[in-house]
Ligand binder design. Structure first.
Ligand code: NAP
Length: 313
């Protein structure tokens, strides 16, 4: 039976550590602060941001929720970011995506001070990550490493195959695995004979955005599978394709009219030695890593990492 890598347990562990660090920093009069910018009324974004703000309160971080209207312009958002960059009580700036069409997201994300870029999206942080310098790494890929590390799954010397090369998941996940001495292959939509590559993976990271894309014949038996994908399925046909006979999921499907499936077909997990479930895996770590990054940013901004010899984690 494969081991289920429980994201909730690891998220709770990380949050506990963050809360302890917040208490420790309080002794020096430092309270890490996160500004969460939520534009308009996108229901999913509202849920995410509420959860982020709530977690700040639970862990003792200061947070400021800023809610510009749907009609906000790029210029107005740039002014807001500039003000947040200058505020001493703010260590991390989070701009919840997606943004309305009229706002140039790229220009805006590039305007966030790299020192406060707790999402790790700024090109400066991407460059630092690549160079192996202290950086704010994107939260979801950082969560991938935490899942492996905290479950004592060896990374060094392992063949890691990352399917997906986005700037926010695939590429940074590959870079973090490389820094942990994995031999890394990055695959994408133009990769030839994908299965031949994924079958060599001791660690397979799926970050594709396609429900159940990784099928059993693409998996090396005994490997570790990290499924980053979050896909909602709403039709009976799709449901049966992934979860036929699964009573618990069936009940959820009938109740809500949809269920979440990752990028890995559930049958493929059965071949692994360990895997992250969806939901309940990597997804739960993203907020915990955001909190961790905010505390890290607070320390970095005050030069508190300088003598620790710390590099990218
Ligand atoms: P994305 O920007 O759409 O990138 C998807 C990647 O998958 C691209 O690199 C694409 O290749 C590759 N791909 C698409 N079809 C493929 C195919 N047939 N064969 C091989 N590769 C293929 O998505 P993302 O933002 O990285 O997110 C990936 C998944 O992770 C999504 O399900 C998303 O919901 C989930 N996610 C979860 C969290 C979380 O847990 N908190 C956070 C972020 C994302 P090309 O580059 O060639 O197009």
């Amino acid at each position: 039976m494969p081991r289920i890598l429980d994201g909730a347990a690891i998220a709770a562990q990380i949050k506990k550590e963050v809360a302890e660090e917040v208490k420790h920093l309080a002794q020096s009069g430092v309270r890490p602060g996160l500004a969460a910018v939520l534009v308009g009324h996108v229901p999913a974004s509202e849920i995410y941001v509420r959860s982020k703000v709530q977690t700040c309160a639970e862990l003792g971080l200061y947070s400021d929720l800023i809610t510009p209207p749907d009609s906000v312009t790029t210029e107005e958002m740039l002014d807001l970011v500039s003000a947040l960059n200058s505020r001493d009580d703010i260590d991390g700036i989070l701009i919840q995506l997606p943004l309305p069409k009229q706002v140039d997201a790229k220009v805006l994300l590039d305007a966030v001070s790299p020192a406060k870029d707790v999402d790790g999206f700024h090109p400066i942080n991407a460059g630092r990550l690549q160079a192996g310098r202290p950086a704010l790494a994107p939260c979801t890929p950082a969560g991938v490493i935490e899942v492996l590390r905290r479950n004592s799954i060896p990374i060094s010397g392992q063949n890691a195959v990352v399917v997906g090369r986005s700037d926010i998941v695939g590429k940074p996940a590959a870079m973090l695995l490389l820094h942990q001495n994995a031999t890394v292959t990055i695959c994408h939509s133009k990769t030839r004979d994908l299965g031949a590559l994924t079958r060599q993976a001791d660690i397979l990271v799926a970050a594709i955005g396609r429900p159940g894309f990784i099928t059993p014949e693409m998996v090396k038996p005994g490997s570790t599978i990290i499924d980053v994908g979050i896909n909602r399925i709403e039709t009976r046909e799709d449901f049966d394709r992934f979860f036929k006979g699964n009573e618990k999921r069936e009940a959820a499907f009938l109740k809500r009219g949809s269920v979440i499936v990752g990028d890995v077909h559930p049958a493929a997990f059965e071949l692994s030695s360990a895997y992250t479930p969806v939901p309940g895996g990597v997804g739960l770590l993203t907020i915990a890593m955001l909190m961790s990054n905010t505390v890290r940013a607070a320390r970095m901004r005050r030069g508190l990492l300088e003598n620790s010899g710390e590099t990218v984690s």
